[in-house]
Design a protein around this ligand. Structure first.
Ligand code: IVH
Length: 704
């Protein structure tokens, strides 16, 4: 490149020439530049470019958005944040993505071997060895990759195991994931599964960068991998140091008699396979390998939380099959949780979203498995009594994965003379209301409901959190301040804040910690959530017994907020059909159903829902496409003359298989099927970088 070309940037490419990925990358880059100039202009009063140049940036940014409307929702200038689940198309897995049963010690592993032998009975002689592959269990997120004719056509997250999210555009940015399989031995269609992860050093660098940009950091490499994979903007994913290990196949057939051969195949096709995967002639050898990996654990560049054993013989794997959600032919041998000793300085009570009083141990900070721990949970009052924990004690704490550290036991020999017993309060330490314990429950709860400041603030925090309304710019500090300043009493007040703002004294932008930019950004973030999916809305209410999974099941079952409210109200009568119906929902126990009926029936909840209904639209549940087909949820355009069938028949077939057939090619098109003498649509597809299939390739894709 000549000096001149380097010094002066070339004119931007015409927008209609950009491929979707290029458009996404440039869109993100422009957004960052605009944010930077906005900041310089508004907050530092030091504009860095001329108004005309600034306007040109904005115009191009908007023009890209017009040409690629899917980018319009992508947030500007935010480094992280799982996008709303509705941001990705849903993908139904051809074969469910399973989890693994766990073994915590050698005896559990011996039990695994016994059950495998029992199942296979006479096919494995009592004295024959059971060969397995042993490989590290990567602490990342699982991913499914579908290759058709050797080309990557789809990447999906695990989701709930049945339905995941289509993250193809993001996964195309991961170097370890081959866009095309090498060699000639791959089947026409194959689904490959593995783990996306981030190395520890990359994770630290990523967090340092986020911190420098004053953005929230990730708690651990796994969260960083999950968050980076689920970015709405593939250009952001592209900058994240994601890596991948392949370890299994899903739908499709591979000629491999053993698991080791299968791994060889994956390696041969150009996929990264963990180098520590080892063929072990029997379980004894596998346990040895486990200990070898355990010794290397701290030196490995990525986090692992155990070793997975998989029966070598793939015929046996097929016969062993699946029990519940896990295969009978594999088991995860977990590493023991990491422990350390320290002093218990104090016990404090935290009041949670549903009023539960949780005792929290304040510790002399200590490093456990590379993480500094200063707090641990003591669960509830019975736990303190059972373990006879006293303030001042020497205690053993334990940390496993990213769960909250726990106190395992007291080191009795080192109890100091002054150690004192903790008296569990019978009133709420925040609002003073009685804290009651219901029969059969371990938790003591503040009885003031949303009248308690701690409960209200926790509920509001939950309401705006990622998996609920996902309103960025509102952390604990801001919410506490809003509440203390009388700006919000309940979640519905968030949606009237912008309208009330001009009359506030002072308005938000003049309050401490806020400026015009940040206030405007917050109002935008709130306005963007005036429409919300039913399951998110339910989860956001923060009721007891209403987690994310339950919220999804309720949304799926009742379909609309009105119907759900009516039916749950009717379910108060335990003789009613509505109660039968509620308790018949998958995984719904009577206790949980009772908590839901009480939660929805509470005056405070009814008032909250009624207030919210005035300011937000709760969308009815829309079922994801149920058809398990390679083109479900895809947008297809036919062009040119087809040989095997007429255009109408082809269209009907595609629609039956769950695709949407469009008349024109756009950035949203997934496939263009080009018959004879295809014209302008084909040209357009090439320009936009849309996948073009011949009629034969299309038939192959449908055949699976
Ligand atoms: S095999 C059919 N192998 O662990 C068995 N899983 O707890 C499917 N994982 O969802 C999984 N490393 O995300 C397998 N070497 C490995 C793994 C591994 C990590 C994850 C995977 C799975 C979870 C189950």
């Amino acid at each position: 490149m000549s000096r001149k070309a380097k010094g002066k940037s070339s004119p931007p490419a015409p927008i209609d020439r950009l491929t979707p990925i290029e458009a996404a990358a440039e869109h993100a880059q422009l957004a960052r530049a605009i944010d930077r100039h906005d900041l310089a202009y508004h907050q530092k009063s030091a504009p860095t470019i001329s108004d005309a140049d600034y306007d040109a940036l904005k115009r191009r940014h908007e023009a890209i958005e017009r040409a690629h409307p899917n980018l319009a929702g992508a947030r500007r200038g935010t480094g992280i944040g799982a996008p709303p689940a509705e941001g990705f198309a849903k993908v139904r897995h051809d074969q469910p993505m399973l989890s693994l049963d766990n073994a915590f010690d050698d005896a559990d592993v011996a039990e695994f071997e016994r059950s495998v032998r029992n199942y296979l009975k006479k096919d494995i002689a009592a004295d024959a060895r059971l060969a397995v592959v042993a490989e590290p269990k990567i602490d990342g997120v699982s991913l499914s990759l579908t290759y058709a004719d050797g080309r990557l056509i789809r990447a999906a997250t695990r989701g709930d195991g049945e339905t995941g999210e289509d993250v193809t555009a993001n996964v195309r940015t991961i170097a370890d994931v081959a866009a095309e399989l090498a060699g000639k031995t791959h089947p026409a269609r194959i689904e490959i599964r593995g783990e996306v992860y981030i190395r520890r050093d990359d994770f630290l660098a990523l967090n340092a960068g986020l911190e420098k940009d004053a953005k929230p950091r990730f708690a651990n490499p796994r969260n960083a991998a999950a968050g980076s994979l689920r970015q709405l903007d593939p250009a952001i994913t592209a900058r994240r140091p994601l890596r991948f290990f392949a370890y299994a196949i899903g739908a499709g057939e591979v000629e491999a008699a053993t698991q080791s051969e299968l791994l060889d195949r994956l390696r041969h096709w150009g996929l990264a396979v963990n180098p520590l995967a080892k063929a072990c002639a029997d379980i004894g050898a596998a346990l040895e390998h486990y200990r070898a990996i355990e010794r290397q654990r701290a030196d490995l560049p990525y986090d692992i939380d155990g070793v997975v054993y998989k029966v070598e013989d793939r015929d046996w794997q097929r016969r062993l099959g699946v029990a519940g959600r896990a295969p009978r032919w594999a088991i995860a041998h977990k590493f023991p949780a990491e422990q350390a000793e320290t002093w218990l300085r104090d016990i404090e009570i935290q009041v949670g979203r549903t009023g539960t009083l949780t005792p929290v141990a304040r510790l002399e900070p200590v490093t456990v498995g590379g993480v500094v721990v200063a707090n641990a949970t003591l669960h509830n009052e019975d736990e303190i009594v059972r373990k006879d924990v006293r303030i001042g004690d020497r205690v053993v704490i334990q940390r496993a994965g990213d769960v909250i550290p726990q106190i395992v036991r007291v080191v009795a020999e080192r109890r100091p003379r002054g150690a004192r017993a903790f008296v569990f309060p019978e009133t709420c330490p925040v609002c003073g209301a009685p804290a009651a314990r219901e029969d059969g429950e371990a938790a003591r709860r503040c009885t003031a409901g949303l009248g308690c400041k701690a409960q209200l603030v926790e509920r509001l925090r939950h309401f705006v959190s990622r998996d609920a309304f996902d309103i960025e710019g509102l952390g604990e500090k801001q919410i506490e301040a809003f509440h203390a300043q009388g700006l919000i009493e309940g979640p519905a007040d968030l949606f009237t804040l912008e309208a009330r703002n001009p009359k506030l004294d002072p308005p938000l932008e003049e309050r401490e910690g806020w400026g015009e930019q940040s206030a405007a950004k917050l109002f935008r973030a709130i306005a963007a959530r005036r429409k919300i999916a039913l399951d998110r809305f339910l989860f956001a209410l923060g009721l007891r017994g209403l987690g994310q999974e339950t919220a999804k099941r309720l949304a799926r079952f009742y379909g609309s907020l009105d119907r759900l409210s009516d039916r749950i109200k009717a379910a108060k009568d335990r003789e009613s059909e509505a109660w039968q119906e509620l308790t018949a929902i998958d995984k719904m126990g009577e206790i949980q159903a009772g908590a839901l009926v009480a939660g929805f029936g509470a005056k405070a909840t009814r008032a909250m829902v009624a207030d919210l209904a005035k300011v937000v639209t709760v969308e009815d549940y829309v079922a994801p496409t149920r058809v398990a087909s390679p083109i479900a949820g895809k947008t297809v355009v036919f062009t040119g003359e087809l040989q095997a069938m007429g255009r109408r028949e082809a269209k009907a077939e595609a629609e039956r298989l769950g695709a949407t057939v469009a008349g024109a090619v756009s950035g949203k098109t997934d496939y263009v099927v080009a018959g004879e003498a295809a014209g302008s649509k084909l040209t357009k597809a090439r320009e936009l970088g849309v996948a073009v299939l011949s009629e034969a390739e299309w038939r192959k894709l449908l055949a699976g």
